[in-house]
Ligand binder design. Structure first.
Ligand SMILES: [Zn+2]
Length: 265
């Protein structure tokens, strides 16, 4: 799409280029021969652009990927569940190259452990992403009807026939304790979906245990966001700290968020 738009923009400017050449010719800056030569060159260029556009219709993916092969410059680290119904690029309205993504069962982030030499792939992705890519935003996105969170809601250590999965869920145990202590966040939702929202906030806290995240937050180079995707509604909510709840990202709230973003130093 980017290549297509660039070509379309170039082609739309050709008439004004012709007008400039005509002006230059009239003012005596160009000889007749020079004017003819430039016009002939521009006609050839227009034909070449036309052919390129015809070969790359709207929606064709190859030009984007060809450009992205030169390198990625995503500004957002997106942390989502492995659930097949959660498609980050689709509901976050992004193009290839926009998001650096971590996906795992339950969108969990193990807290940083200074003493441990092996932190797992999540820690590696956080460190790689923040140290080598121009990331300024991290979004942790939970979702409704999450199988992992559903299992967690049955109780910490609730036995399943998948011991590694059981062990992994310990990274969401804090949110379960909050739910059991009577947390009010999302209490209009079913128990497992309420836990899913609480879990997003817990994972944001886990992110803050990483030194690289702490440094970027302290210097104002990074912002953290909590999202919740409701599969039934196909709606996305963002945690609004001033309201203490997840707020539907509709047109008016999106405008509020964008405006807030513009006002940042
Ligand atoms: Zn899930």
């Amino acid at each position: 799409m980017r290549l297509f738009n660039a070509l379309e923009s170039l082609r739309s400017r050709l008439p004004s280029v012709h007008a400039v050449i005509y002006l230059l010719f009239n003012e005596g800056y160009l000889s007749t021969d020079a004017e003819h030569a430039i016009r002939a060159e521009l006609c050839d260029e227009a034909l070449r652009l036309g052919t390129l556009l015809a070969n790359h219709p709207v929606g064709a993916a190859p030009p984007t990927f060809a450009l992205l092969a030169l390198g990625q410059r995503p500004d957002t680290l997106f942390i989502a569940c492995s659930d097949s119904r959660v498609v980050p690029n689709l509901f976050a309205s992004t193009e290839p190259g926009d998001l650096f993504v971590i996906r795992n069962v339950g969108n969990l982030i193990p807290p940083y452990q200074e003493a441990s030499p092996a932190h797992g792939s999540e820690a590696a992705a956080i460190q790689f992403g923040l140290s080598t890519l121009p990331i300024t935003e991290i979004i942790v996105c939970g979702h409704s009807e999450c199988g992992a969170i559903g299992a967690l809601s049955k109780g910490e250590g609730h036995p399943t026939d998948a011991p590694a999965f059981n062990c992994w869920l310990r990274h969401g145990a804090g949110s379960l304790r909050e739910l059991e202590a009577g947390a009010s966040l999302g209490n209009h939702l079913e128990r497992h979906n309420q836990l899913s929202q609480l879990n997003v906030l817990e994972q944001l806290e886990h992110l803050k245990t990483y030194p690289v995240v702490q440094e970027r937050l302290a210097s104002g180079q990074l912002r953290l966001h909590g999202w919740y995707f409701d599969i039934k509604e196909a709606n996305v909510y963002e945690y609004e700290p001033s309201e203490g709840r997840f707020h539907l990202i509709d047109e008016s709230y999106a405008a509020t968020l964008l405006n807030r973003d513009r006002q940042r130093p």
